[in-house]
Design a protein around this ligand. Structure first.
Ligand SMILES: N[C@@H](CCC[C@H](N)C(=O)O)C(=O)O
Length: 275
C-alpha cells in the first residue's frame, strides 16, 4: 500500500512530512533515523508527522488545533517545537486541502501556534513568548563563548560574538553546561550586521549544524534586543539557507519566512518494514 510522504524545507531546514491522520504509523526512532539519512533514506533534518491532535497521547492539555505537528529530530529525539517545520507543516495542510489558506492553529508540544499562510506560500507564525532564562557558556574548538539562554518552547543558547562565525567548526556539538541544559540545547552564533539585521549559524540539538533554525532565529533576536535593553523590535535574520523576519513584542513573538514543498511520493512497504 505504501506510506504517503512529502518533502519540504523552510530556509533549507528540510523535513520529511508523513501523512498519518488517524495516528496509525509506528514512527520508531530507528525509522526516523532511516528516513532522515541522506544515503539510505529520503534525507532530512527532521520528520513532521501530520496527525489529528486527538490521536497524540502527549499533546498538551487544552490543545484546540485540529492538526498536530509531531516533530522528530534526525536522531529520532522528540522536540517541543520547530519554527521552520511549523511553516512547512502549515503549507502542507493547505496544499493537501486539510486546512484553508489564511489563519488557523497548528498543535505542537509547546502549545497551539496560530499561523497565517500567505498567498505566496510564505507563513507567519505566532511563536509565543521568547523568554530570557539566564546566561551560560558554549565551547567551540576549546574557545568559550558567552551565551544568553532563551526558551522558545525549546532551549537555546545564543552567543553574540565579534569572531568571524563562518570560521567556527560546528561539525562537533558545542560544549554546554549539562546542569543548565539537562536535555541538551540548540546553540546559535550571531554577528550583528546592523541595527536591523543579524547573521546566524546554528548547531541544533539532535541534528547537527543546519542551514536554518526558526526557533533559533527568534531566540537570537530576543537575545540581541535583551543585550541592548530593548523590550521589543523587528529584525531580519540571515542564515545560510536564506532570510527570515522576526518580531518580538512584550507578550509574544512572530516569525515570517518561506515554506517550500519540494516533492511528494510513496514510501515502499518493504523499505518501511526493513528500516
Ligand atoms: N529546526 C527547528 C528546531 C528543531 C528542534 C531542535 N533541534 C530541538 O531539539 O530543540 C526550528 O526551525 O526551530
Amino acid at each position: 500500500m505504501g506510506i504517503e510522504f512529502a518533502k519540504g524545507h523552510g530556509t533549507q531546514n528540510d523535513f520529511v512530512v508523513l501523512a498519518d491522520a488517524e495516528g496509525k504509523l509506528e514512527l520508531t526512532d530507528d525509522r526516523v533515523r532511516a528516513l532522515c539519512d541522506r544515503n539510505r533514506g529520503l534525507g532530512a533534518d527532521g520528520v513532521l508527522r501530520v496527525v489529528r491532535s486527538e490521536h497524540v497521547a502527549d499533546a498538551p492539555e487544552g490543545t484546540k488545533a485540529e492538526w498536530f505537528m509531531d516533530y522528530r529530530n534526525a536522531d529520532g529525539s522528540i522536540a517541543e517545537m520547530c519554527g521552520n517545520g511549523v511553516r512547512v507543516f502549515a503549507n502542507y495542510l493547505v496544499q493537501a486541502k486539510l486546512a484553508e489558506a489564511g489563519s488557523f492553529l497548528v498543535g505542537t508540544r509547546a502549545g497551539d501556534k496560530p499561523v497565517v499562510v500567505h498567498e505566496d506560500g510564505s507563513v507567519t507564525v505566532d511563536m509565543g513568548p521568547a523568554r530570557i532564562v539566564g546566561e551560560s557558556t558554549a565551547t567551540v574548538s576549546g574557545r568559550a563563548f558567552h551565551g544568553i539562554a532563551v526558551d522558545v518552547g525549546n532551549p537555546h543558547l545564543v552567543c553574540v560574538t565579534d569572531v568571524e562565525i563562518a570560521d567556527l567548526d560546528l561539525t562537533v556539538p558545542p560544549g554546554h553546561d549539562p546542569v543548565m541544559f539537562p536535555h541538551g540545547v540548540n546553540v546559535e552564533f550571531i554577528s550583528q550586521l546592523s541595527e536591523s539585521e543579524l547573521r546566524m549559524r546554528v548547531h541544533e540539538r539532535g541534528v547537527g549544524e543546519t542551514r536554518s533554525c526558526g526557533t533559533g532565529t527568534v531566540a537570537a533576536v530576543a537575545a540581541v534586543l535583551h543585550r541592548s535593553g530593548r523590550a521589543g523590535g523587528e529584525l531580519l535574520v540571515n542564515i545560510p539557507g536564506g532570510q527570515v523576519r522576526v518580531s518580538i513584542g512584550e507578550e509574544t513573538s512572530t516569525l515570517t519566512g518561506p515554506a517550500v514543498l519540494v516533492a511528494e511520493g510513496t514510501l515502499s512497504d518493504s523499505w518501511w518494514l526493513g528500516g
